[in-house]
Design a protein. Structure first.
Ligand code: TRP
Length: 337
């Protein structure tokens, strides 16, 4: 991979970019200064990166829903199968009338499938895609009118400040879909430690963690035959164009997704099909043909390592449910005093 690095920085990160972006308000979504700074810093780095949270604009959230329907993308289906097969035991481990806090709720379907068994006292749907989750919650209220619900548009990767109307008792953080794998192990530990603090003394965690498996299965899951995953990954450039005012031409990029066995993770990148210059207010960069923008990692843990990670973060794994055919673990973990 080529790593030529020719960034223009006409002003400190974010300063000029924000001023110009604001002048150009109709062309973008009024991205806050911290987001435009984060984006231009990432794009300007020698190894260019775009944070995976930018994958989930309105279209990105829909494309991810489509990914979950693909035969190649096993995590959602495998996890749903575990919830279905072991729902009663899972509910027994979690207990009823909890404050169910759904991290990355998206369309809220996973939590909703557990409502009849879990009977939460309150349901808090947290997602970075505020509009998407609010709409999902509005539909859910009609189906479960007796559950107190609220949507929270929040980037919980950078902090977990919950508003005062989120009940403090019996918090059950729900973190399905193996999103934990999108952090590095060190970041995952830091994130889980923050969760532990937000749990209170009687809190717990119900988490889905994808486990290491055959490379061929993982390669296909992250680069499907229809190209839905490619569309999902490439769509981030459209979102960035709107937020930052950049001029990425999507046709000049292709999706790359593969399992890096030695690193224990799937890597997602966007690769330049040809040499090009990309501009944004206050900055810009040359990309060589073949140069990549890193968009996401998805770590695949061994079960013992996943449990170890929870323990190092102040949780005790009390129950583990797995799928024998397709390694994936759903873990209930109690916050340690
Ligand atoms: N967090 C999901 C995962 O790791 C998201 C995902 C699926 C994804 N396919 C992708 C992210 C392709 C970027 C590119 O499974």
């Amino acid at each position: 991979m080529l790593t030529t690095c020719t960034t223009e920085r006409q002003a400190p990160a974010g300063v000029a970019a924000t001023a110009n972006a604001n002048a150009n308000a109709n062309a973008n979504e009024h991205a806050g200064a911290h987001l435009t700074a984060e984006l231009s810093d990432g794009l300007g780095a020698c190894q260019a990166t775009i944070s995976p949270k930018f994958l989930y604009d309105a279209l990105g959230s829909k494309l991810f829903e489509a990914i979950c329907e693909l035969p190649e993308y096993y995590p959602t289906r495998t996890e749903a199968g575990i919830f279905e097969r072991h729902g009663h035991e899972i509910a027994r481990a979690c207990g009823m009338h909890t404050t169910l806090i759904d991290l990355g709720a998206g369309n809220c379907a996973k939590a909703a499938s557990l409502f009849p068994l879990l009977r939460p006292a309150q349901y808090v749907a947290v997602d970075i895609s505020t509009e998407f989750v609010s709409e999902a919650l509005a539909r859910l209220r009609l189906r479960f009118p007796h559950i107190d619900m609220r949507a929270l548009g929040l980037d919980f990767s950078s902090g977990l400040a919950l508003p005062a109307d989120v009940r403090a008792e019996r918090r059950l953080f729900f973190y399905p879909g193996s999103s934990l794998g999108n952090f590095t192990p060190a970041e995952a530990r830091a994130f889980l430690t923050r969760l532990r603090k937000s749990c209170g003394a009687d809190g717990a965690l119900l988490i889905g963690i994808d486990l290491a498996k055959d490379k061929a299965i993982l390669d296909a899951a992250y680069d499907d035959a229809l190209g839905v995953t490619a569309a999902f990954n490439l769509n981030v450039l459209r979102h960035v164009n709107r937020l930052l005012g950049s001029d990425f031409d999507i046709r000049h990029w292709r999706h790359v997704g593969f399992y890096h066995e030695a690193a224990g993770r799937v890597e997602m990148h966007l690769e330049a099909r040809e040499a090009q210059h990309v501009r944004w207010p206050g900055g810009g960069r040359d990309f060589a043909a073949g140069e990549r923008i890193h968009t996401e990692n998805s770590y695949k843990y061994r079960q013992a390592d996943a449990i170890g990670l929870l323990e190092q973060s102040g949780f005790e794994a009390t129950r583990v449910w797995t799928d024998a055919r397709c390694p994936f673990a759903v873990i209930h973990a109690q916050a340690l005093a």
